[in-house]
Design a protein around this ligand. Structure first.
Ligand code: ADP
Ligand code: NA
Length: 330
């Protein structure tokens, strides 16, 4: 393998991605396609661990893929597919479930957090074993590196443990993946509550920048972002989280450093920062929406791209699963 292989996925849960999904994940994908052998998937099997409307799931999966392409992912330079199009994910997940201790799975904090929020009765066994499906996602492709946020770190540890367990118990089979730590992950906060991360699960959408919204609506949200009673534009995450968030978003979209921006806004008020940011976002999101729409308006082309991706993915996934079955006597 000339280039390190990278594997990453995103859930199709809400149709439109938000700005945090783009700056925190999808944008890195676009960069990594240049330097790695990248496999990217829309993880629809993960989406059904919670209740889903079938028509909405189908639509959201397509809209997610279209947005990834709209963000600049080039299916000629990486492999983009839908998880359920590659049946080996579910097959290897079963094998990995049989290698995972019940106690080991019970220690996954994300499941504990989710059941604490939604209650034990609402939680499915699928949600419980979700991290094991993630393990299969990664190991199927012999990925060297996995871009992970802080919240996924424990799942990557499980992936490494299970890969090593399988390799020791049977024979060297899986690459043991390392976390890929992006240079600077922009953590994007809610525009109305800059102490909380921007999330589709927020109670209101007032501080959420959805990429497929009318750009005018998003511009309005930037202009009414919560800041503080001071007026000087400086970067202080503790005392001025709202302004710090706007500066980080500006920096991510404009490519200017936060220091350059602070100098640029010297003597100007928050309004200038908000107006400039609204324009910067509009200039980025308008062509993004146009590219996304070309894929949504041509379902046959989107299907073709995803079918080619699934075929490329299955070549690798199929070979791994065949070895695994052979090693364990299936
Ligand atoms: P949400 O938090 O809205 O439910 P997901 O958990 O589906 O979003 O996240 C999908 C990807 O987007 C993950 O890689 C995650 O790290 C990234 N991401 C989500 N929210 C943010 C944020 N506010 N800032 C930076 N990255 C984010
Ligand atoms: Na989340």
């Amino acid at each position: 393998k000339a280039r390190p292989r990278v594997l990453s996925g995103i859930q199709p849960t809400s149709g439109s991605f938000h700005l945090g999904n783009y700056l925190g994940a999808v944008r890195q994908w676009v960069e990594l396609q240049e330097t790695t052998d990248a496999f990217y998937m829309v993880v629809d099997l993960h989406a059904i661990t919670v209740a889903q409307d079938p028509a909405a799931l189908r639509e959201n999966t397509r809209v997610s893929a279209a947005q990834i392409l709209g963000a600049g992912l080039d299916p000629e330079r990486c492999t983009l597919f839908v998880q359920s199009h590659v049946p080996e994910h579910a097959q290897l997940a079963w094998v990995m479930n049989c290698l995972t201790g019940f106690g080991e799975a019970s220690r996954m904090t994300q499941f504990k957090d989710k059941t604490a929020r939604h209650g034990n009765e609402a939680a499915t066994v699928g949600l419980f074993t979700y991290p094991v499906l993630m393990v299969a996602d990664v190991l199927l492709y012999q990925a060297d590196e996995v871009p992970v946020g802080e919240d996924q770190r424990q799942h990557l540890e499980l992936t490494r443990d299970l890969a090593e367990r399988f390799n020791t118990r049977y024979a060297p089979t899986f690459t043991v993946p390392k976390p890929h730590i992006p240079k600077a992950t922009a953590k994007i906060m809610d525009l109305q509550d800059p102490t909380a991360k921007m999330s589709k699960s927020a109670a209101t959408t007032k501080g959420l920048i959805s990429l497929l919204d009318e750009p005018k609506l998003s511009a309005k949200k930037f202009k009414s972002a919560v800041t503080d009673t001071d007026t000087v534009v400086t970067y202080d995450e503790e005392k001025k989280p709202g302004v710090a968030n706007l500066l980080r978003i500006h920096s991510a979209l404009s490519g200017q450093s936060v220091e350059q921006l602070v100098a640029h806004f010297e003597g100007k008020m928050y309004g200038a920062l908000k107006t400039e940011l609204a324009e910067l976002f509009t200039d980025w999101v308008t062509p993004f929406q146009q590219r996304t729409r070309t894929f949504l308006d041509d379902p046959a082309e989107l299907d073709r791209v995803l079918a080619v991706g699934a075929e490329k993915a299955r070549e690798i996934a199929g070979a791994t699963l065949e070895t695994v079955y052979d090693r364990i006597g299936l």
